[in-house]
Design a protein around this ligand. Structure first.
Ligand SMILES: Nc1ncnc2c1ncn2[C@@H]1O[C@H](COP(=O)(O)OP(=O)(O)O)[C@@H](O)[C@H]1O
Ligand SMILES: [Mg+2]
Length: 228
């Protein structure tokens, strides 16, 4: 479903060019749970941004469900992104002035159907899935870090995406809360989502079924986890 062919990404800063991704091939099939690991600066976030169509590759092809994203214009890309991909970030990226239920429904504002009673009912269902059904009217500052990340996960699901992309989702959380968030990812995979998690933490990588390791802009290993 996800196919990267010969992908590269350069960043040009003045007279310097950083090859964040040198050359990379990757295929991810529907329902896979993949971790992308590697030291800081190895190109993990750059790869995730390309996978999420937040950033275009400098070369190569990126196909989602057979459709080549490199030939789409900005509008087509954002439509595809909205329908297909949910994002979870290390810093949660919630809007502080909005309540839990408003943050969960936020991505709907960018969709043609907008917010409707059916979608609000679905948002409440997602809040329940992440264990926040009794916090719907709270604002992010009134929640713990783990609860904020749960809101972000519920928000990532509101358009029922095929793919969840998470960049260091437990990087700001204690071990106990990290385990709770990882349990939630297990649940999402059981529900058929494709999950790609960037992490430099061993215990997070171990939860995925497959681990890709990057170094200096290339993949240096790609293995199934033994217990997976
Ligand atoms: N927007 C950018 N402009 C210039 N260089 C960048 C940019 N984003 C990333 N890089 C560089 O690309 C390389 C890979 O970065 P990144 O993908 O963030 O690594 P990781 O997420 O594995 O820590 C690093 O050398 C980084 O400095
Ligand atoms: Mg990063």
């Amino acid at each position: 479903m996800i196919e990267l062919e010969n992908i590269g990404k350069d960043f040009v800063l003045g007279d310097q060019t950083v090859q964040a991704i040198k050359s990379l091939d990757l295929t991810v099939t529907p329902g896979e749970y993949l971790a992308i690991m590697g030291t800081s600066g190895s190109g993990k976030s750059t790869l995730l941004n390309i996978l999420g169509c937040l950033d275009a590759p400098s070369r190569g092809n990126y196909l989602i469900s057979g459709k080549n994203t490199t030939s789409l214009n900005d509008d087509e890309l954002s439509t595809l992104r909205g329908k297909t991909i949910g994002f979870v970030f290390q810093s949660y990226n919630l809007l502080p002035q909005y309540t839990v239920i408003e943050n969960i429904t936020l991505p709907l504002l960018y969709q043609p159907e907008g917010v409707n009673p059916e979608k609000i009912a679905y948002a409440k269902e997602l809040a329940k899935l992440v264990g926040l059904e009794d916090r719907l009217g709270h604002r992010p500052t009134e929640l713990s870090g783990g609860q904020q990340q749960r809101v972000a996960i519920a928000r990532s699901l509101i358009n029922d995406p095929l793919i969840i992309l998470a960049d260091e989702p437990t990087g700001n959380l204690d071990t106990q809360t990290e385990q709770e968030i990882l349990a939630l990812f297990d649940t999402l995979q059981e529900r058929g989502k494709t999950i790609i998690v960037v992490t430099h933490e061993q215990e997070v990588g171990e939860r995925a079924k497959r681990v890709v390791v990057m170094r200096d802009g290339v993949i240096i290993s790609d293995k199934e986890n033994a217990h997976g």
